[in-house]
Ligand binder design. Structure first.
Ligand code: SF4
Length: 404
C-alpha cells in the first residue's frame, strides 16, 4: 500500500521539511485542539534540538502559535523513551497550569505523527502496490505505462495537481535566478544562482554550458529554500532543487509542454513515495542519502519518462541515481541548510542527468533493483553514526565549527 504522490510534493516555506514544516504543522494542529490555551511550551529533542536553531525551528513554531506567548526549549538530553530523532513535546498552558500535552514526531517531508494516535489510516492509501517490482508487474501485465498507472490510481485530476506543483517549481527557479544578496543565518554566504546564470553567455567552453544551466536552476531553488522562500518538497526542503532543475532544463531544451512535465512529476513521485514508504526521506533518520539521494532518483526517473524510456530503463535510471548516494551523510554546517546542501543539489541534478544517460545503454545489464537499493539505503541509514544524521556533530559541520 502506498499513499498518493501528492504526499511527496508539498508546497511550503523552507528551509527544512522536518525542522520547520513538520513542527509548524504540529504547532498549528495542536493550537486548533487547544483554543483555550494562553501560553505554550515546546521542547525540541534530538536532531530538532541539535540543529533546530540553524534551521529556524523555534521561529517556525513561535510564528505559528503567535500571538500566544511560546517558550521553545532546546533539550540538551534526550529522554530514553524517545524513539525518533525529530521529536517535540507541545504543552498548552492556561493561567500557568498545564491543560494539554502532545508528543509529536516530525517524520520527514513535512509529515508528522502524533504519538499515541494511530498512524495514517487506510483511507489515505492510494496504491495497492508496495514495491517497484509489484508496480512493474502490474503495468507489464496490462500493457500500460507508468503514467497510466498513476492516473488509474489517482484519477485524472492528479495532472491538474501536478501542473500546479510545476507552477510553484518554475516560480522558485525564476525568483531564485533574479535574487541576489546574502543568505540568512550568519555564514555570510552570497547567493550564486544569478551569477552562474549570467556568466553562461560569456562562457567559452560549450561543454560547461549544460552544467551551468542545470546548476544555476538548482542553486536558484535551493537558495530560495535557504532564504525561507516558497518551494515544493521533492522529496524534502533540503533537496528541493534537484528535480525542478533538471525539469526546467529539459523542458526548455526539448521544447516540452507543461503536461509532459506533469507526467514526469507523476513518474518521479512513484519513486519518491516508494522510498518514503519503504525507507525514509529524513536526513535525521537516514542521512543525506535519504534526501538528496531520493531527490536524484526522482529526477533521473523523471528524465527517463521525458526520454520515452521503457519501465525497465526508468527503474534503472532511478536505481543508479540512488545507489551512488548510498552512505551520504547529513552534516549541515551550523545546522543551516546551506553548506553542503545547496551545492549538493546542483551536483545531484548533474548526477540525475548522468544516471538517465547511463540507463539508455546499460539497463539490460542491470543486477540491482530499485527496491533493493531503497532497502539498502534504509539499513545503511539506521546503522549510520548519529553524528552524521542531521545533528551537526560530525563531518563538515564538526570540522568547520572547530576552526571557528
Ligand atoms: S546535508 Fe542533505 S539531508 Fe542534511 S540538511 Fe543538507 S540537504 Fe538535508
Amino acid at each position: 500500500m502506498m499513499k498518493s504522490i501528492r504526499d511527496i510534493y508539498k508546497v511550503g516555506k523552507g528551509p527544512s521539511s522536518s525542522h520547520t514544516m513538520g513542527p509548524a504543522k504540529a504547532a498549528s494542529d495542536f493550537r486548533k485542539e487547544t483554543p483555550e490555551a494562553d501560553a505554550y511550551r515546546v521542547t525540541l529533542y534530538g536532531s530538532l534540538s541539535k540543529t533546530g536553531r540553524g534551521h529556524g525551528t523555534d521561529r517556525a513554531v513561535m510564528e505559528t502559535l503567535a500571538p500566544i506567548p511560546t517558550e521553545v526549549i532546546f533539550a540538551q538530553e534526550t529522554p530514553e523513551d524517545i524513539q525518533h530523532p525529530n521529536t517535540l513535546d507541545l504543552v498548552a498552558l492556561k493561567d500557568g497550569r498545564e491543560i494539554a500535552r502532545q508528543r509529536v514526531r516530525s517524520i520527514g517531508g513535512g509529515d508528522i505523527m502524533v504519538e499515541g494516535r494511530s498512524a495514517p489510516g487506510q483511507s489515505e492509501e492510494t496504491y495497492l502496490e508496495n514495491s517497484f517490482a509489484e508496480i512493474k508487474q502490474f503495468c507489464e501485465f496490462r500493457y500500460i505505462s507508468l503514467i497510466d498507472y498513476v492516473e488509474l490510481n489517482e484519477g485524472r485530476d492528479i495532472w491538474d495537481y501536478l501542473l500546479g506543483i510545476w507552477e510553484v517549481m518554475k516560480r522558485s527557479v525564476q525568483e531564485g535566478l533574479s535574487t541576489t544578496g546574502e543568505l540568512p543565518g550568519g555564514l555570510h554566504i552570497d547567493r550564486k544562482a544569478k551569477s552562474i546564470y549570467d556568466h553562461i553567455l560569456v562562457n567559452k567552453h560549450p561543454e560547461v554550458v549544460e552544467c551551468q544551466l542545470v546548476c544555476s536552476y538548482a542553486y536558484a531553488v535551493s537558495e530560495q529554500n535557504a532564504d525561507n522562500g516558497t518551494i515544493v518538497t521533492a522529496p524534502t526542503c533540503g533537496s528541493c532543487g534537484v528535480l525542478p532543475a533538471v525539469l526546467y532544463y529539459i523542458k526548455d531544451k526539448r521544447n516540452l509542454s507543461d503536461m509532459d512535465i506533469a507526467h514526469a512529476l507523476g513518474v518521479a513521485g512513484i519513486f519518491g513515495e516508494l522510498a518514503k514508504r519503504n525507507a525514509s526521506v529524513s536526513g535525521a533518520e537516514c542521512g543525506c542519502q535519504a534526501e538528496i539521494g531520493v531527490a536524484c532518483a526522482m529526477a533521473a526517473a523523471a528524465l527517463g519518462q521525458v526520454f520515452g524510456y521503457s519501465i525497465k530503463k526508468i527503474e534503472y535510471a532511478a536505481e543508479v541515481a540512488l545507489e551512488h548516494h548510498l552512505g551520504l551523510t547529513c552534516d549541515p554546517i551550523c545546522g543551516l541548510v546551506q553548506i553542503p546542501c545547496i551545492e549538493r543539489n546542483a551536483v545531484a541534478a548533474m548526477r540525475a542527468l548522468n544516471s538517465a544517460n547511463l540507463a539508455y545503454f546499460l539497463a539490460d545489464t542491470r543486477r540491482i533493483s530499485y527496491d533493493m537499493v531503497v532497502k539498502t539505503m534504509y539499513e545503511t541509514g539506521v546503522n549510520m553514526n548519529r553524528g552524521y544524521r542531521e545533528t551537526s556533530e560530525g563531518g563538515l559541520a564538526r570540522l568547520y565549527s572547530r576552526r571557528g
